[in-house]
Ligand binder design. Structure first.
Ligand SMILES: [Zn+2]
Length: 129
């Protein structure tokens, strides 16, 4: 009985705080995007020594959307998926993939995970068909 009351109270507090939590989260997300755009305009690719620019963010958004769509389409198990974004910028000049490191406010080269590499290669080959 006490457990149900406690759970109900926590849910009530959460619902009451939603009008604060949602706008604050949206503002933080917007601020992070603005910081990433500003950084991308100045960031020099570690591979090809060209400025990656905002185009790199757009390329990563497009590629990530394709990957998520494919994963969801192929998930017929009914299992809930938890996806962690594996790219934030892709150099438009050489294709180098970067992750945004929030603490240092910089891009770091994504380490090549063989599973992701294989999956992304299958995305490219499916696109070419
Ligand atoms: Zn590059």
């Amino acid at each position: 009985m006490l457990k149900k009351l406690t759970d109900g109270f926590i849910v009530l507090i959460f619902i009451l705080l939603l009008p604060i939590i949602v706008p604050v989260s949206l503002i933080q997300a917007q601020r992070e995007k603005r910081q990433m755009r500003k950084l991308a305009d100045q960031f020099v690719c570690l591979e090809c020594v060209e400025v990656i620019g905002v185009e790199a963010l757009r390329l990563a958004d497009e590629r990530w959307s394709e990957i998520v769509k494919k994963i969801i389409d192929e998930n017929d198990s009914g299992t809930r998926l938890r996806l962690v974004r594996s790219m934030d910028a892709i150099c438009p000049h050489c294709g180098c993939v970067y992750l945004y490191h929030k603490a240092d406010q910089t891009f770091v080269v994504r380490s090549e995970d063989q599973a992701w590499k294989k999956y992304e290669e299958s995305m490219v080959s499916a696109k070419e068909l």
